[in-house]
Ligand binder design. Sequence first.
Ligand SMILES: *[C@@H]1O[C@H](CO)[C@@H](O)[C@H](O)[C@H]1NC(C)=O
Ligand SMILES: *[C@@H]1O[C@H](CO)[C@@H](O)[C@H](O)[C@H]1NC(C)=O
Length: 233
Amino acid sequence: MKTYHYPPFLLFYLVISTFSALGPDASNSLYNHLQLVYLWPSTFCLDRNMVCKKPVAQNFVLHGLWPADRAGNSLVYCSRTGSISRALTKYERQLAACWPSLSRHTTNRQFWQYQWDKHGTCVLPRMNVLHYLQLMISRQGKFNLLRALTSNNIKPNGSSYPRCIIEAAIRQEIGTRNLHMSCLNFRTRLFIKEVYMHLDVSGHKVVSCPISNKTRGCGRSVNLVFSAAASRV
Ligand SMILES: *[C@@H]1O[C@H](CO)[C@@H](O)[C@H](O)[C@H]1NC(C)=O
Ligand SMILES: *[C@@H]1O[C@H](CO)[C@@H](O)[C@H](O)[C@H]1NC(C)=O
């Protein structure tokens, strides 16, 4: 029979980390799942407080990868790690394509560092910054939300579509039952802003989002607008 022995130092580490995980300081870093959040740039840039770089991308981009607790609340600012500039250099080109800063006032690197400080640090010590960035790049490449929607005749042309049809199209793409969306209220119409899918702790498996009664700006609306480029006049 084959048995597996932990090296003594690892055992020591496990004991220590179990104890420290029970302490008040480390409780923030125990996440239950990861939220992979996509953003529809045309809606994000409708917001009056937002000045976007031009041209505005006509595809979903990542907003972030956010560790969350069992109830679906994201954990924030779990520890201080300083600059992740060296890790960013390694993946800069890929990150610029899938996770750009849309705001004209924020460079990509400022945005990535901010996201890491706020959300990314909550994956420690399960993942390090390189794993975190790799995971985002590899996960987002697996799904094509825009294709999933357009192939169901849901086009980003400023028309509104039944929310259940939108969700069904996305579920078909990500292969799970429950997802979340957020919306922006612009001139009394509700626009699709974000799509949240949930990943397991390792980030390798899509899981159902926790059932939640938060409306995330979408109200109880049965129709949502899929905004076209430059809807803001
Ligand atoms: C947007 O596309 C849908 C699906 O093809 C179509 O039914 C709708 O009329 C279009 N809306 C506009 C404003 O062109
Ligand atoms: C939403 O759920 C929470 C806890 O699950 C509950 O306390 C709250 O009353 C609910 N809110 C609404 C509007 O149903």
